[in-house]
Design a protein. Structure first.
Length: 189
């Protein structure tokens, strides 16, 4: 089973993912761990834009030369599939909902929440000033939106691209994890 979690900044998606990984006894992969895995397997240098969310100049150049989004992103999907293989895991971000969509054991989640509550979460848990937290939430969400659109052609956070979209701030992280566990039990039974 692969659980993919895309999330608005400050919604607690990583925290929920860690709870799910612990519950199922499976690894959790995020940007840093996937970049490390890609380096170990010698594929990082072929697509650093994907692993580290670097600017999209290479993509734009390829499009200007007539390549399609599908041609550009096929190697990315193949690299992620090679890295993950058939193991059970939680994937945070990295367009996991798109890349692993055709696996019957994939459950894709999008966590979101009230913007003010997400800013407050960043201030409390990361000790940011209000201005810093606002900037981080705004820029992280914008970068994730652009990154997802760039690599998939899809709108990040749009419900039709996920199995569940959950207000993890309103529900709370533990309740969100429990809801996902119940959902998984129902659909993958």
């Amino acid at each position: 089973m692969i659980i993919t979690i895309a999330r608005e900044s400050g919604s607690g998606g990583y925290t929920v993912g860690a709870m799910l990984a612990k519950h199922y006894g499976i690894p959790i992969y995020d940007r840093d761990s996937l970049s490390g895995l890609a380096r170990e397997q010698g594929i990082y240098d072929t697509m650093p834009m994907f692993f580290d969310e670097l600017p999209a100049q290479g993509f734009l150049l390829a499009l200007s030369m007539g390549a399609s989004v599908k041609q550009i992103n096929k190697p990315t999907a193949e690299a992620m599939t090679k890295l993950i293989g058939h193991q059970d895991c939680v994937i945070i971000g990295r367009c996991g909902n798109h890349i692993f969509r055709n696996r019957k054991d994939c459950v894709s989640i999008f966590t979101h929440g009230d913007k003010e509550a997400r800013i407050a979460y960043k201030m409390k848990h990361w000790n940011f000033s209000r201005k810093e937290a606002e900037d981080i939430v705004f820029h992280s969400d914008q970068n994730r939106k652009d990154y997802h659109k760039f690599h998939t052609g899809e709108n990040w956070g749009e419900a039709k691209y996920y199995d569940l979209c959950i207000d993890a701030i309103r529900l709370g992280h533990e309740n969100t994890a429990q809801l996902i566990i119940q959902y998984i039990s129902a659909v993958l039974a």
